[in-house]
Ligand binder design. Structure first.
Ligand code: SF4
Ligand code: SF4
Length: 278
């Protein structure tokens, strides 16, 4: 059977929070039995937009990661349940039952994504239900997907083979794939949130002019090439997709007819190297 899921493009999210507000509009003060009880006005972020700021002025970037329940196919919340409080529907949507889950505050700890929230008034754990009540009525999109102005959120209904093909074709990734939860929420451009960068600009020492077209190569400990970029007409470059784990790298700057410079950097966090003169 085809399974519902979301594809979220980190590059397109600008933190407008329309998705968050649409979720509130749909669920605050609205009971949708047997799918979900009403969401409280405060404290719950069923669509939670995480953010990560990197770099140093003036090369600063912020990436936003919209994170609802990941509708894991290997769901720790489901594994933590023994009495039917959590169920996976045939279409892949994970539901916390608004009646059977009463009192199950322990379920919050089971979710490694922090996607389950506690409703103290109702004595109930709650989370995103992928707007199953609407999809079952024939809606094509959940509320959050419908209102996203940049197209960062998309919904898909695919069988397992088609999900695997989409993942491969579009280079989609699960957030924190190492958890092994097999989410049905997959991300495009996830590296913008999870990985760092080295940025800078290159100028000619004799004229102070921006150096366009300089080949900037990042090399590892043993000299192997890891990444490459060309400076633009402002002499600027960005090398992306780097782990911020303290590793050391060699940077090489090459322009035909000019001397090559090398620089050693240690990457604990994303770096703006400032101006490098050739
Ligand atoms: S993200 Fe958390 S709440 Fe959602 S299915 Fe996975 S483990 Fe369960
Ligand atoms: S799919 Fe529905 S329940 Fe889930 S975050 Fe979006 S609006 Fe909220």
């Amino acid at each position: 059977m085809k399974k519902w899921g979301l594809v979220i493009d980190v590059a397109k999210c600008s933190d407008c929070n329309n998705c968050y507000m649409a979720c509130k509009d749909e669920f605050v003060d609205n009971d949708w039995p047997p799918y979900a009880a009403a969401q409280p006005a405060r404290g719950h972020r069923w669509m939670n937009i995480l953010s990560k700021e990197r770099g140093q002025y003036p090369k600063v970037e912020v990436a936003y990661l919209p994170q609802p329940c990941q509708h894991c196919q290997n769901a720790p919340c489901l594994a933590a349940d023994q009495d039917g409080a959590v169920r996976r529907r045939e279409d892949g949507i994970i539901i916390i039952d608004p009646d059977k889950a009463k009192g199950r505050k322990d379920l919050l700890k089971s979710c490694p994504y922090g996607a389950i929230f506690w409703n103290a008034d109702k004595n109930l754990p709650q989370k995103c239900i992928l707007c199953a009540h609407l999809l079952d009525e024939g809606w094509e999109k959940p509320r959050c997907v419908q209102v996203c102005p940049t197209g960062a959120l998309q919904v898909e209904q695919l069988d397992d083979q088609e999900w695997a093909e989409l993942k491969q074709a579009q280079g989609l990734q699960a957030h924190r794939e190492q958890l092994g939860t097999d989410p049905r929420v997959l991300y495009k451009s996830l590296n913008l949130y999870t990985k760092g960068f080295i940025a800078g600009n290159v100028a000619f020492g004799d004229s102070d002019e921006c150096a366009e077209g300089v080949e900037v190569t990042l090399r590892g400990d043993s000299g192997q090439e890891l990444n490459k970029a060309l400076t633009d007409n402002y002499g600027e470059f960005v090398l992306r997709g780097l782990e911020e784990n303290g590793d050391s790298y060699q940077l090489e700057f090459v322009l035909p007819g000019r001397t090559k410079q090398t620089k050693t950097v240690q990457l604990k966090e994303s770096l703006n190297l400032g101006t490098i003169f050739m």
